[in-house]
Design a protein around this ligand. Structure first.
Ligand code: HQG
Length: 179
């Protein structure tokens, strides 16, 4: 991603996950919004964005954060929402272990409360330690937790996988976490 596409990605994450109202757009119940209307609204701001640039952002985004519908009339964020939408994902059997990257200062509280989703709609988990490490390093020195997702699933906890491969669940009780 070059600097402009990175900035666009950050802005789109902000409006499509957290604050559609700030741009004056609305998300439908599954998180989709009209591409034409989105472009119109962005271009009414002191920004410019063409359909070609938007297509480039969606295609080249390093974490595939956004998806178009089939005819590219609608767009949504694949995960990470704090607004109340339903991604309409089917529960899926997770691998035996998943990983969560956090930082040391949260560990005491996670030992007490487990992983909680906070303002987002799900707890986000990664399939590999490297990705989890990148997630944790957004906040400082990464601390990687191993999640016994297979056991959790057997005990009735549902897991979902977003279109960009991130595993989502409602919460992770501390008993299923290896510190
Ligand atoms: C922590 C990014 C104290 C949790 C990433 C995390 C991800 C607790 C923070 C996606 C806690 C929440 C989500 C507890 C959890 N006590 N702290 N009981 N339970 N926490 O940003 O997973 O790049 O909402 O460890 O790559 O960091 O934006 O979640 O540190 O996929 O596409 O509370 O966002 O994706 O932080 O990140 P977040 P996250 P993008």
């Amino acid at each position: 991603m070059n600097k402009k596409t990175k900035n666009i990605s950050k802005f789109l994450s902000y409006v499509l996950r957290h604050h559609p109202d700030k741009l004056g757009i609305a998300l439908d119940k599954n998180g989709w919004t009209s591409v034409n209307f989105l472009l119109e609204k962005i271009n009414a701001e002191p920004y410019s964005l063409t359909m070609t640039e938007l297509e480039e952002v969606v295609a080249t985004n390093n974490k595939k954060r956004f998806a178009f519908n089939e005819d590219k009339t609608m767009i949504r964020a694949n995960q990470g929402h704090s607004v109340n939408i339903d991604l309409a994902l089917q529960p899926k059997q997770p691998p035996e272990y998943l990983y969560h990257g956090t930082v040391e200062k949260f560990v005491k509280s996670i030992k007490e409360k487990g992983l909680i989703k906070g303002t987002r709609q799900h707890v986000h988990l990664s399939t590999d330690k490297e990705t989890a490490s990148n997630v944790g390093s957004r906040r400082g020195k990464p601390f990687i937790l191993t999640i016994k997702s297979g056991n959790m699933n057997q005990e009735g906890f549902s897991f979902y996988q977003s279109e960009n491969g991130v595993w989502l669940t409602d919460k992770v009780p501390a008993t299923f976490i290896e510190f």
